[in-house]
Every structure is written in structure tokens, then in C-alpha cells.
Design a protein around this ligand. Structure first.
Ligand code: PRT
Length: 284
């Protein structure tokens, strides 16, 4: 049984549970329970505050955890190891200053100033690397309001859309780190077989994220031309059709920036009835 710590409520907890569900791991609705066991996989989930997750894993109360890379970095727990970035909860930890200071900003601006943040260790590392001496004001939330209250000259906080900074008349001037949700473990042994099974299931969902199953009817004479247009995982599957001289071609195509251009080219080359379907999971 693997014990995994997850955010109790909030953006990362919800997306993590959705990922497990897509991977075919059934986790009962927790309600007020802080500890639940998956019904079809040897996995126990502990629901915690994000900032407590690294320490709980580091201390051995859980084997693995999911939290933002920002929290993992701030925790400075040396016996933890990131296993997978999970592709959600993306954000940047940014330094921001008021509009009037943004134009004159360089890192040296921070010298002798007060910086409000919920990430004091990451900020101290940043200042140390830049060889700047500044004071950090540690707040657990609502960091953006600190300059208006006159208790800080700059803030260092997470940014995704940038709207919160804008509302507080703050301009992002420097990125300390980029972050997304990540699965991590303690560096001590745990059931490698169960871990491998868990990773295989999660990877099957993560790798399928941008893949589409594409099927189309094509005349036998255009099979080669159309096959060459299909950037699939392997060569396309060709299936016979009742209609003479026609076949169905199936391939798996990544939905990247060229996807719709490729679909247009397939149509132009004579492909008919192109079916595009999502793929839940793929084992590569
Ligand atoms: O509730 P709990 O104690 O578990 O932690 P929490 O209060 O930090 O939870 P939550 O859900 O807010 O954040 C959990 C994790 O989500 C963070 O540790 C990040 O890894 C990730 N994440 C991604 C974010 C954001 N984007 C984000 N925008 N966490 C917080 N924000 C906040 C930010 O602090 C700021 O106040 O959103 C505001 C800025 O958003 P924009 O869109 O206006 O730029």
C-alpha cells in the first residue's frame, strides 16, 4: 500500500483526483474524511494543506505527495525527489513592484527594500544569488496588498493570469521560478512494484493528453499519399470497407499547432468522413 498526501481542497487537490479517476483508480468521495483508501488499487490518500505535504512525506507519515513545485522548493526538504511534473497548476513566482517603480526596476532596486512574500526561503536564495541585501516580510496570504499598507516596497507571489497583480497596481518585473503540480516521493525504499504500477497508470493519462484518434475513409489509390501526411505514433492501420476500392485509415495524431493544418491537407488529398476522437489513455 502506498500512502500519498494530496491537497485537501483547492485547485491542485481537485485536478489530482481527476487524474487518478482518468487513470482508472477509484477514490471514494472523501466528504470530511482526511484519509481514504482507493477501492481498486493499493493506495491510501491523506488530505492536507499544501504547505504541510512536503514535511509529512519527508517525515515518513506518507510515502509520496502531490503539490506545486513552488511548495517543494520552499520546503527545502533534502530527502524528497520529484518523480513527475503533472502538467496542471502552472504558475510563476514573480517579483512585482508598483507601476511608478517598474520603469526604473533592475534587481538592484531591491537593495535595502522590504519584500512581502509567502516564500521567504526562495526569496532569500534569490537575493543571495544576486548578492542583494533586503528584508523579507513573511505573510501567509493577501501579499499583494502589502505595498498599499505601506509595509513593503515589493511583493513576491504566485502569478497565473496576472489579474491579481494588475488589480493592486503592481507590475511583474522578475521571475524567480516557474511551477506546476508535481508528484514526488521520499528517497527511501517503498514498494517499487506498486509505484511502477501507479506511474504506469498516471503516465498513460498524461501521455494521452494531447493525442487524438483519427479515422477516415480513403480510396485505395490515395492511401500512400494520405499515409505520408499522417504523423502517427506508428504507421497507420488500414481496414477494409464494404465499398470496393475504399479503405479506412486510422492513426493517432498529436493535437499540436499543426493539427488543423494536417486535417485540412488530409481532406484536400481526398480523405472523407474524418473522425476525431479523444484518447483516454495510451501505453507507449
Ligand atoms: O489551501 P492550501 O493550504 O492547501 O494551499 P493554497 O492556499 O496555496 O492553495 P491554492 O489552491 O491557492 O494553491 C495551491 C497551488 O496551486 C499553489 O501552491 C501553486 O502551486 C498552484 N497555483 C497555480 C496557484 C496559482 N496558480 C495562483 N494563481 N496558487 C495560487 N495562486 C494565487 C496567487 O497566490 C495569487 O494570489 O492566485 C493569485 C494570482 O492569480 P492570477 O491569476 O490573478 O495571476
Amino acid at each position: 500500500m502506498i500512502r500519498l498526501a494530496l491537497q485537501k481542497s483547492g485547485r491542485l487537490g481537485e485536478e489530482s483526483l481527476a487524474l487518478f479517476q482518468k487513470a482508472g483508480i477509484d477514490i471514494p468521495q472523501s466528504g470530511r474524511k482526511l484519509r481514504v483508501t482507493a477501492t481498486n488499487f493499493p493506495l491510501e490518500i491523506l488530505f492536507l494543506r499544501s504547505s504541510d505535504i512536503p514535511e509529512i512525506v519527508s517525515d515518513g507519515a506518507a510515502d509520496m505527495g502531490i503539490c506545486g513545485q513552488n511548495i517543494l522548493k520552499e520546503s527545502e526538504q533534502e530527502n524528497l525527489q520529484e518523480i513527475r511534473p503533472l502538467g496542471f497548476g502552472k504558475c510563476h513566482l514573480m517579483m512585482a513592484v508598483s507601476k511608478k517603480n517598474a520603469d526604473i526596476y533592475s534587481s538592484d532596486f531591491l537593495s535595502g527594500k522590504r519584500i512581502a512574500t509567502s516564500y521567504p526561503k526562495t526569496v532569500k536564495d534569490f537575493l543571495h544569488i544576486k548578492n542583494i541585501s533586503a528584508e523579507t516580510i513573511c505573510l501567509s496570504g493577501s501579499v499583494e496588498i502589502a505595498p498599499t499598507l505601506g509595509i513593503a516596497d515589493a511583493v513576491c507571489d504566485l502569478v497565473s493570469s496576472g489579474e491579481t497583480l494588475a488589480v493592486h497596481n503592481l507590475i511583474p518585473v522578475e521571475t524567480l521560478l516557474t511551477s506546476e503540480a508535481a508528484l514526488f516521493r521520499r528517497k527511501t525504499p517503498l514498494s517499487e512494484k506498486t509505484l511502477e504500477d501507479l506511474l504506469q497508470r498516471l503516465d498513460s493519462v498524461l501521455q494521452a493528453k494531447n493525442l487524438k484518434s483519427v479515422t477516415m475513409n480513403v480510396s485505395k489509390s490515395s492511401v500512400e499519399k494520405i499515409s505520408n501526411l499522417l504523423p502517427g505514433l506508428e504507421s497507420p492501420t488500414i481496414m477494409p470497407l464494404a465499398k470496393e476500392d475504399w479503405v479506412a485509415l486510422h492513426s493517432v495524431v498529436s493535437e499540436d499547432k499543426n493539427f488543423w493544418e494536417t486535417m485540412k491537407k488530409l481532406k484536400k488529398a481526398g480523405a472523407k468522413g474524418i473522425l476525431i476522437s479523444p484518447i483516454d489513455r495510451v501505453l507507449l
